[in-house]
Design a protein around this ligand. Structure first.
Ligand code: FAD
Length: 450
């Protein structure tokens, strides 16, 4: 049987950063990855003669300091897409605008601003390490975000805009997420204003956001096993046995660096405590579909447009420019939540026709005939089961939320979903991996000292 000090399950950013930190401290690590590649929910596809587009995570903001440090260390270059005007599209009406505020009537913007101010204040009260201790936690966790918005944002257009923005941020319908879950997510991204600012100053990776992950995978060499789906974790007196079709690896600790809904598919012996097991049953993944339409050149820039559009009555609420400097024109589309679920059920050709229809409504007939098409329905990926990340439905955080990061014997939990800051982002994944590695090292140090 293989042996290591620590086994890491999953070679997304969380698992890779956990392994890297442990190896830097002299620990012997084996990383078991179910797929045939590293990077998890970051995934680069190639368009034209080799230009990158990101089918998964792609944006890095100025607040993502750990990701930026990693990118610099591995020489992963970033760029900022050209500035210009974004579009607000409502049916057949398209209105260009610059800045963070879309061109809506003053009343709509004022009531929206008031609601955002209230959200900001409420989110500031959330203790990220223990959201269930937030003042009024039980009440906030017993209602959905949709209920709060209906009560606090009666103006229809303002509410619709808030629903679209939240849906796009979390890939979930506001009727499915707990209000406490929403506030925790907002706080995790630094608050409403900081979150919006971070979103407006983002960069893309010239050669794909999985670049540093691929480099970390290379560094692991023989310590990385691809095609090694973990199906069982057995804790015994002398450590853990992490098993699958590949055999068993024996270790002192295991770090499970996958989302809760995926961790719940592993068989544990002895069974997990009830709270942890319930958590894995009750924290589902969001739904998202991401597509790229490739054109000879970024024609929308001729009209001073950024390629970024906010579409208020459309299955595709957000488009963006993914053109690499010097590469062919690329328009990306994000379809979150219910729309993603509906489109995922369609034949691929119908799905493509619907998304291209949205691009044409925003950018005109030049968008009608892309020369290449790429898409990924994340719910179809058996090792992601959705995206961008998991969300908390009502009644979860205040009941079993404390099991999210709590180690179970020699089992430690990582993954972006376990991060306190930037949960759901690549930044959160990196920080969670480093936190889990520190946890293991601390236990090891205390055992050695005893
Ligand atoms: C469409 C989309 C767009 C996004 N956009 C952004 C963005 O712009 N910016 C941003 O910061 N974040 C974004 N995200 C979120 C970001 O990609 C994730 O938060 C982050 O990559 C998660 O990393 P992770 O290591 O926690 O988990 P994952 O990346 O999911 O890694 C888990 C790994 O475990 C493996 N695995 C699963 N089950 C097993 C098993 N049983 N045995 C062994 N291995 C297993 C998986 O194959 C995977 O490689 C986006 C995500 C999606 C899907």
């Amino acid at each position: 049987m293989d042996r290591a000090d620590v086994v890491v399950v999953g070679a997304g950013y969380a698992g890779l950063c956990a392994a890297r930190a442990l190896r830097a401290s002299g620990r012997d690590v084996v990383v078991l990855e179910a797929g045939d590649r590293v990077g998890g929910r970051t995934l680069t596809a190639r368009v034209g003669d080799g230009w990158a587009v990101d089918l998964g995570g792609q944006w890095i903001s100025g607040a993502h300091t750990s990701f930026a440090a990693l990118a610099e260390e591995y020489g992963a270059a970033t760029y900022t897409p050209p500035t210009g005007a974004d579009l607000l599209v409502e049916g057949v009406v398209r209105r260009p605008f610059t800045g963070a505020r879309p061109p809506l009537p003053t009343l709509v913007l004022v009531v929206l601003g008031q609601a955002m101010w209230r959200l900001e204040r409420m989110a500031a009260r959330v203790d990220l390490a223990r959201p269930w201790t937030t003042p009024g936690a039980d009440r906030l966790d017993s209602m959905t975000a949709a209920t709060w918005l209906r009560r606090n944002l009666p103006e229809r257009r303002a509410r619709h805009l808030a629903e679209v923005m939240i849906g796009e941020e979390l890939c979930v319908d506001v009727g499915s997420i707990s209000m406490l879950g929403l506030l925790t997510t907002i706080r995790s991204a630094g608050g409403v204003d900081a979150g919006i600012t971070a979103e407006t100053v983002t960069r893309l990776f010239v050669d794909g956001a999985d670049g540093p992950a691929l480099a970390m995978g290379e560094e692991l060499g023989q310590a990385l096993r691809l095609g090694a789906a973990v199906t069982s974790i057995r804790q015994q007196g002398d450590g853990v046995r992490v098993g699958g079709a590949f055999g068993d690896v024996h270790a002192e600790h295991v770090i499970v660096a996958v989302p809760p809904a995926i961790a719940g598919r592993i068989a544990y012996d002895p069974p997990l405590p009830a709270a942890r097991d319930q958590l894995t049953q009750r924290v589902p993944m969001g739904s998202v579909l991401k597509s790229f339409a490739v054109y000879e050149r970024p024609f929308w820039r001729d009209d001073g447009l950024t390629g970024q559009s906010l579409n208020l009555h459309d299955p595709v609420p957000v488009t963006f420019d993914a053109t690499r400097p010097g590469g062919p024109g690329v328009l990306g589309a994000l379809v979150p939540g219910r729309a993603a679920q509906r489109l995922a059920a369609l034949p691929a050709s119908d799905r493509r026709a619907m998304i291209v229809g949205s691009l044409v409504r925003a950018f005109g007939h030049a968008a009608r005939n892309p020369i290449e098409w790429h898409e990924k329905v994340w719910a179809d990926d058996p090792y992601a089961r959705g995206g961008y990340g998991a969300y908390f439905p009502p009644g979860v955080l205040t009941t079993v939320g404390s099991a999210l990061r709590q180690p179970v014997g020699a089992i430690h939990w990582a993954g972006s979903e376990t991060a306190t800051e930037w949960s759901g982002y690549i930044e959160g994944a990196i920080r969670s991996g480093e936190r889990a590695a520190a946890e293991v090292l601390a236990v090891h140090r205390s055992v050695t000292a005893a």
